[in-house]
Design a protein around this ligand. Structure first.
Ligand code: ZN
Ligand code: ZN
Length: 96
């Protein structure tokens, strides 16, 4: 699956066209740890160095704790920012 159309927003966070009314935006924490947003529609994205690793752990944790957790299509990319690039990972539920 091609990467979503990730874009940098004014706050420095990363968003994409989700398809629901939200504008899901995530940015790294002050200490550089990846930040994430889990949209109301079930899509997840992580932003920051180590995003893919953090997302894998997050999804595994959810799968362990929840009965109804969907399967996801996942991927990772680097998104250009004013200061260089940032690692972005995403997980979108596979439509049943
Ligand atoms: Zn939404
Ligand atoms: Zn959404």
């Amino acid at each position: 699956m091609a990467a979503p159309d990730f874009q940098v927003v004014e706050s420095g966070g990363i968003t994409y066209t989700c398809g629901c009314p939200c504008e899901p935006t995530a940015s790294p924490a002050a200490d550089g740890a990846p930040g994430h947003e889990h949209c109301c529609c079930g899509k997840v994205h992580f932003v920051g160095e180590g995003a893919a690793t953090a997302m894998t752990a997050y999804l595994a944790d959810r799968k362990a704790k929840r009965k109804r957790e969907p399967d996801y299509t996942t991927g990772a990319t680097r998104v250009p920012t004013p200061g260089g690039t940032v690692e972005v990972a995403w997980a979108f539920p596979i439509e049943a």
